[in-house]
Design a protein around this ligand. Structure first.
Ligand code: PLP
Length: 345
């Protein structure tokens, strides 16, 4: 393992830093090349590349970190490989082979091991695999050639001094149509969310809760995180819809709730009226970045509902879920078979 970079790990934000190496593989003449690590962070391509004209791009996000016993690991990269495979197919892109995806993640993290934050700092190495249409297109069609890349960047702890509840609003904008692209991880879903999130921030809200566009009565998710709820019987309730992105954190928390905490878990449609009517004690957002971000209050066009934990601290059930999953990730609690991929011993 190389000497660590001289960084104030605990005070890193969520920003992009140019690290030493990135992985690149090209799809040309109908096949992926063998791929390699390179130093150049810049990409030169046609002004008419498919990604620039018709947004043909998909991505993933996961983290590598140092466990309590000093290993560098990442969490369930096979599920990122699988999701990116599905995302690519949906945008008529040649999927990157799943086993090669995992190998490329390992190779890229190893080549940048000096950038992996030490245990206990709360910081992690964020890994961003992505692929995009590289060759020129002018008529609307998939590109011929593609680039797959992975870069890494160190990021600071999501919460400094404990998970702090946020205030969210019910959005007037829709995120993903019922038979649209909500279930794939594509930049296009984020492009549409930028106006909504800037507007939400301007009005003092941390996130937008999107409703199902067909009826605007059911919860979907936020721009980049799935929603979890806890009802009066301590059942974990997870909103269900075909246009919600299948979060790996959410799927892992479902398993943790059932198998580590002995909770009942239900995935079903959740009405906004149930939430505003006080059917749920706790609510949180989940995703790779924060694992769980507790919601303190939800605002639906001026009508507010405050969850039982209030604005000061995470609720007991969300807290237990957060501690258990981060404990599994950091090696303090035994992980289910296959969840932790060791990158360096
Ligand atoms: C990435 C993402 C999530 C979170 O997924 P994880 O795999 O848990 O990081 C949730 N919603 C959307 C829209 C996303 O793009």
């Amino acid at each position: 393992m190389g000497a660590k970079k001289d960084i104030d790990w605990s005070n890193l934000g969520f920003d992009y830093h140019v690290t030493d190496k990135r992985y690149v593989s090209m799809y040309q003449n109908g096949a992926w090349d063998e791929g390699k690590l390179i130093s150049d962070d810049k990409i030169v391509m046609s002004e008419d590349a498919g990604v620039l004209q018709y947004s043909q791009s998909v991505f993933e996000g996961l983290k590598a970190y140092t466990t309590q016993d000093g290993k560098i690991v990442c969490f369930r990269p096979d599920l990122n490989a699988e999701r990116m495979y599905d995302s690519a197919q949906y945008l008529e892109m040649p999927p990157f082979p799943k086993d090669r995806f995992v190998d490329a993640v390992v190779e890229t993290v190893r080549a940048n091991d000096a950038w992996v934050p030490p245990y206990g700092t709360g910081a992690t190495l964020y890994i961003r695999p992505f692929m995009f249409g590289y060759s020129p297109v002018i008529g609307v069609s998939p590109a011929e050639d593609y680039m797959f890349r992975i870069f890494v960047t160190p990021v600071g702890p999501y919460f400094k001094g404990g998970a702090k509840p946020i205030v969210v609003r019910v959005s007037d904008y829709d995120r993903a149509a019922p038979r649209g692209t909500g279930h794939i991880k594509a930049g296009l879903n984020y492009a549409m969310s930028l106006h909504a999130i800037v507007d939400a921030h301007n009005k003092g809200f941390s996130e937008n809760i999107y409703l199902d566009p067909a009826t605007r009565t059911k919860l979907e998710e936020t721009g980049g995180a799935n929603i979890l709820l806890v009802d009066a019987d301590n059942t974990l309730v997870i909103p269900k819809s075909t246009s919600i992105l299948p979060s790996i954190t959410r799927r892992s928390l479902h398993y943790v709730a059932e198998n580590y905490l002995g909770m009942k878990v239900v995935e079903r449609e959740v009405l906004l009226s149930e939430v505003m009517g006080g059917e749920f004690k706790e609510c949180g957002l989940c995703g790779t970045a924060a694992v769980i971000s507790p919601i303190g209050r939800i605002n639906d066009h001026g009508k507010e509902f405050t969850f039982s934990n209030g604005m000061e601290k995470i609720g007991p059930v969300m807290g237990k879920l957060l501690d258990t999953l981060t404990g599994i990730q950091m090696g303090r609690i035994e992980a289910p078979e296959g969840w932790i991929k060791v990158i360096e011993e």
